[in-house]
Design a protein around this ligand. Sequence first.
Ligand code: HAS
Ligand code: CU
Length: 535
Amino acid sequence: MLGFAALALGTFFGPLQAMNYGGLDLYPLLKPVFQSYYQGLTLHGVLNAIVFTQLFAQTIMVYLPARELGLRPNMTLAWVSFWMALGGLLLAAVPLLLNEASVLYTFYAPLQAHWAFYLGAAIFVLSSYLSIYLVLDMWARWRKANPGKITPLATFMAVTFWLMWFLASLGLVVEALFLIAWSFGLVAGVDPLLMRTLFWYTGHPIVYFWLLPAYTLAYVTLPRLAGGKLVSDPLARLVFILFLLFSVPVGFHHQFADPGIAPYWKMIHTVLTMLVAVPSLITAFTIAASLEVAGRANGGKGLLGWIGALPWNNPTVLAFLLGFLAFIPGGAGGMVNASFNLNQNVHNTVWIPGHFHLQVGTLVTMAAMGTAFWLIPHLTGKPLVARGMAVASQWLWFLGMFIMTFALHWMGFLYAIPRRAHISGSPIAMEAYKESAAWMALNIVSGVILFIAALLFFYVIFATALQNRREPSRVLPEVPFTEVMSKPEGSGLVQLTERVWFWFGLAVVLVVLAYGPVLFQMFTNMNPVPGQRLW
Ligand code: HAS
Ligand code: CU
């Protein structure tokens, strides 16, 4: 619920962003409370992309294995992790709300925020290390009690996920040490290129930290909720091993335009990025095939008849279906971004927010919203209120995001309109971009639709959680774990994927090869610069 509360506040700034790219500047109206577009954009990015996503992961990727294994995580540590997250969040919120940390969610140096922002964010992120421990501990206990057995699927996903995150988070941890020392005045400057490189070391795999809880739910619950079965357990495991291997050594695809990194390193990261798209392509296949099984089990006939036979009126299933549909163009756009030379055309334009609002803003957020529709009733025993509104919220969210991202892609690609720019406050910019007026109008439309979608969604979940009525007969008593068709037993592939520590070691080696020489050079040639405040 804390995550959804953060999302509620962060989402409020979304339509303001859309209005900006529609040429409508509403920030002057908010002046006494929020000082600028950049403060709003920082709150939007930090609350939605960092706070909400992490809390969602800490919930799903601990709860699912605990239920699957029938084990109780160490609850003391679970609560410590919650209070760390809350404390860190509150500490970082103070400078954010006071306009002392309007450095966007990437906090690029030399922009310098108040120390409380860096320290709060660090405590928040470190709370996830306890989640890592919780899951590894449960897994170890289960293995001791079940020697020789194959790790159940959701647990396998959680274990590989948290190991990936551990490896991925190291860049941010080192960066945070620099930034905290810098904001306390212990060091006079930091090297912007090194900070960016450490940031993107974590900043790419963090998108899979957001995505994989959604994938996990899609693999282990969606087929059942849709009325079918997961077609292949071994393939699902392969997907998570590939993410463990290839999520991290790809960060330079965010730095193609940065000087100081030799082009051949960027090219190596391009190739590795293409490899990390493979597990998503496998997922597209496995999930679509599982949905087909469900549609046919529901009576769907013919080549495409099964699609109509899926339970579109179930708000959870609907959320996943629409989210995955949006993920197809989002993934294709990702390949454009990742292509070293095509990137020149889209980098730092609104094409990029167009891309990631399909990925994290649509699929990941809709998977979380859709799951909330059964999870909150399941945890509280309180039935979902206003089911019709829940369904409407998902259609509107999808429609709003679709219109917005469509407009942003074109505005970025054709008119090179820059991202993160307060264009609506600049008559010169508005004059320069007047050719894209039609696309801008679409942004305004999408902002209104998304605002309504958000109101409906938050009404549904908060009214569900806060009502007094308890009706256990109308909620899912258990996590809807799916059955599988192709089982893990007897699969040679699963024998290999069970060697999780071996794959983790290999992932470490890949990271050292892909980053080691460049980081060594950067650490030994630092160009520290003092902090700046541009807001
Ligand atoms: Fe990305 C920038 C490349 C995936 C998020 N990305 C970003 C940023 C964010 C982000 C937030 O290479 C901006 C960061 C910033 O502020 O600067 N991205 C990729 C690639 C992928 C990718 C190659 N991104 C994601 C995901 C994200 C995310 C996932 C969040 C969750 N991205 C880039 C690059 C940049 C970038 C460059 C830097 C650009 C620049 O210049 O700054 C791939 O992982 C995508 C693979 C996906 C697919 C799609 C598979 C399709 C599926 C759907 C199947 C459909 C079904 C439906 C089952 C290959 C799984 C059936 C339905 C029925 C109705 C039957
Ligand atoms: Cu990336």
